[in-house]
Design a protein around this ligand. Structure first.
Ligand code: DGJ
Length: 739
């Protein structure tokens, strides 16, 4: 047996170190590095691939040869944490892989075959470690991409079946990560429609904590496929060992955190195995989605900045580019508009300095006009009653005002009351002989079916080819899956539905991006219901939430930007009282909050008149001139969490070269008797001096030192007291280096 195993060991890449074999030692060390982190695996003498370390850089590969991390010598066999634990190996924790082999065997035991590494592009190294079952012709490839500058790694797995017949995969995780500490604190993001990305932090005790989704579509509305893990204490902004994780997948997911009997934390992440067994035929391969990780030894602030840098550069479209200021028609007009309503909105938008006008829901359907949400979805022809001169008239009008034109679509969905539902009932996700359950009066199209994929692609493509003046699309998705079932998939493969739907969606997006690589697409699913790094890859921005109340948005955007780049966070000024919460807030507060993300408006702009109009125009100018470049490519430093006691929130963006910054502070509650916040800044060049100037003042100065120059160490260590105490007062300051 051993000779056989030794024969398997070959092909060591650049990341692999060989040593002379000694009793009890590992035979190889595989090191994957970024600027400040190392991920280390070792191959032991039984040719098992053992996890050794993921965290701060360790430059001593020879130590990993001598010693097995987390090994349990007191157990019957030498229990170590395998890099990819399978069921059938004596693994007693959650398995990363559970397969039923072609002969019915439930057991898999992987041995190391090879490791290879390649620099795929400057700053990115890809390592593939190949493992093979000791008995069956069944291979698992573990991929890790290391992004040097961003301190991010991404991991995924490819399973290949070369057995005689089909292998059934029940569990097939993207990544396995064991961590060892005294205690573990998990931050995760929960919510609901209009309340996405609420932040919860909890101590993990023995047992399994699972974050998952079984909804198929709109998968991040109630839990997001991302987390932070802090070792030994709750996560802190500027200190402590902290990991960030996010799964790049828009379908069902499962992130499992098991503290086992040895108090090791096992993190298993990937597609949710729930009703999703995958039959892998002989000769076939299945690739899992990517799991993204980053690590910082200086707290969660750096974790976020790593993810933002990585996300902007590699995980979204146009992430480092300046985004337009948008007026979206939804809250200003809903379904009730005609040409004049829209051209009137464009007149005001152009006057106020807005750059793109987006026509939301309600513009289509003739036989079944889309005058509310119960009809017309699926019939993507312009409604001739509302818009007799067609889309081109509106597009030309927008252009004549110097605006770009954008359009809303929801191409994965259909109202039963539509021509599409009548023409193609077989395209609808359904369960034979059962009544279909609607949600927002709509049904879901079956994207596992290539004909539906073509249809969805064509909705997008034909709109753009027949109206080349469209320069922005808001892609919405307003329901989840109930009654999973496909008329396209055979009976034996109905459990493939969940994965095939997401593969179908991605293949449509691939086609779109091949033809329209830079076109601006907003990711929306009833707000932030499809905010994950799998979807973001095809989008330029995301509709953070349908809740546009600025107080709610402070919390939603705080949670969202812990993981996702602020440049993508569409953040719109809406009317007061707010349509979702009925809360009244001053226009300045609404603008100041919206200016922490991609600024836009979501109201009838003609209702902003007089002093408010003057203020709005000035704020838009400030955003364009000073704030937007910092939101786009600056580093986010969170200064006061809205979740902390005190009732304040504060953050800043600092330019990468530290020459300028923007500081925001918000009063969330009434603070009586002149209790003001003292804000200690962060991220500045400690050796420099900065001039601080308040913007969006609206007739009031909120800092006694407005316009003066301060040393960075004063600003960061002493801090500044801001005169904001009333509920919903806020302040925005620009900082510039003074030489
Ligand atoms: C849900 C979106 O989140 C809203 O912004 C709006 O586009 C509506 N759908 C339109 O139906």
């Amino acid at each position: 047996m051993h000779t056989y195993i030794n024969k398997l060991i070959f092909g060591i890449g650049l990341v692999c170190f060989s040593f002379t074999l000694a009793v009890g030692q590992n035979t190889k060390v595989i090191e994957i590095k970024t600027k400040s982190t190392s991920l280390v695996y070792a191959v032991d003498q039984s040719s098992r691939l053992i996890f050794q370390h993921y965290g701060k850089t360790v430059d001593s590969p020879e130590n990993f040869k001598q010693h097995k991390a987390y090994a349990k010598p007191d157990t019957d066999r030498d229990f170590s944490y395998e890099a990819y634990p399978t069921f059938g190996l004596g693994n007693i924790n959650e398995p990363a892989l559970a397969a039923i082999h072609s002969d019915g065997s439930l057991n898999t035991e992987l041995a190391f075959v090879s490791a290879e590494t390649n620099d795929t592009q400057p700053g990115i190294t890809e390592t593939v470690i190949t493992l093979k079952d000791r008995v069956y012709d069944f291979t698992v490839e573990l991929y890790t991409k290391a992004f040097w500058n961003e301190d991010v790694i991404s991991q995924w797995t490819v399973v290949e079946n070369n057995e005689e017949a089909t292998v059934k995969l029940n569990n097939f995780a993207s990544s396995f990560l064991p961590l060892k500490a005294e205690s573990y604190y998990l931050t995760h993001f929960y919510g609901a429609w209009a309340g996405e990305m609420s932040v919860a932090e909890e101590k993990l005790e023995n047992g399994i904590k699972v974050i998952e989704c079984k909804k198929g579509v709109r998968t991040t509305q109630t839990e997001n496929a991302s987390f932070l893990l802090s070792l030994n204490h709750p996560s802190l902004e500027n200190s402590g060992d902290c990991y960030g994780g996010a799964l790049a997948w828009s379908g069902n997911y499962r992130l499992a955190f098991q503290v086992d009997e040895w108090r090791t934390l096992n993190v298993i992440s990937g597609i949710n195995p729930f009703l999703s067994a995958w039959s892998l035929k002989a000769g076939e391969r299945l690739a899992t989605p990517e799991m993204i990780y980053t690590f910082s030894s200086t707290g969660r602030g750096q974790v976020s900045r790593n993810l933002h840098d990585w996300g902007r550069k590699y995980a979204m479209v146009g992430g480092t580019k300046i985004h337009d200021i948008v007026l979206n028609s939804w809250e200003g007009a809903y379904f009730s508009f005609d040409e004049n309503t829209l051209t009137g909105m464009m007149d005001d938008a152009a006057e106020m300095g807005i750059e793109t006008f987006v026509l939301d829901d309600g513009w289509f359907g003739n036989k079944y006009p889309r005058n509310n949400d119960d009809a017309g979805l699926g019939d993507w022809q312009t409604n001739t009653k509302k818009l007799p001169r067609g889309l081109d008239y509106l597009i030309d009008y927008a252009h004549s005002k110097g605006l770009k034109f954008g359009l809303w679509i929801e191409p994965e969905m259909v109202n039963p009351e539509s021509e599409l539902a009548g023409n193609h009932p077989e395209w609808i996700v359904q369960s034979a002989d059962r009544d279909k359950i609607t949600w927002r009066n709509q049904l879901l199209l079956d994207l596992s079916n290539p004909k539906v994929q073509d249809f969805v692609y064509n909705v997008f493509d034909s709109l753009l080819t027949s109206h080349p003046g469209i320069e922005y699309v808001k892609w919405d998705a307003n329901r989840h899956v109930e009654q999973a079932g496909s008329t396209f998939l055979p009976a034996s493969e109905q459990t493939h539905f969940w994965i095939s739907y997401t593969h179908g969606l991605y293949s449509v997006y691939e086609r779109i991006r091949e033809k329209y690589p830079d076109f601006v697409i907003q990711d929306c699913a009833s707000g932030g219901g499809r905010l994950d790094y799998g979807a973001l890859k095809y989008h330029n921005e995301y509709w953070t939430s349908d809740n546009t109340d600025p107080l709610s948005r402070i919390f939603i955007q705080y949670g969202t930007t812990l993981i996702y780049p602020p440049v993508g966070a569409a953040s719109h000024v809406s009317t007061s009282p707010n349509h979702q919460t009925l809360r009244m807030t001053p226009l300045k507060f609404r603008f100041d909050v919206a200016m922490t993300g991609r600024l836009g408006m979501e109201l009838q702009p003609k209702h902003i008149q007089g002093d408010e109009r003057v203020f709005a125009e000035e704020a838009i100018t400030n955003y364009k001139q000073f704030v937007r470049p910092l939101v786009t490519n600056g580093d986010l430093f969170r200064l006061k969490s809205p979740y902390d006691e005190g009732g304040w929130a504060s953050q800043m963006y600092v330019a990468k070269d530290q020459t300028s910054a923007v500081l925001y502070a918000f009063s969330l509650e009434p603070h009586l008797r002149g209790i003001y916040p003292t804000i200690k800044l962060n991220g500045l060049d400690a050796k420099k001096k900065y001039q601080i100037v308040e913007i969006n003042k609206n007739g009031k100065t909120r800092f006694r030192g407005d316009g003066q120059t301060f040393s960075a160490d004063y600003l960061m260590n002493v801090g500044i007291e801001l005169k904001i105490a009333d509920q919903f007062d806020s302040a925005v300051f620009l900082l510039n280096v003074v030489h």
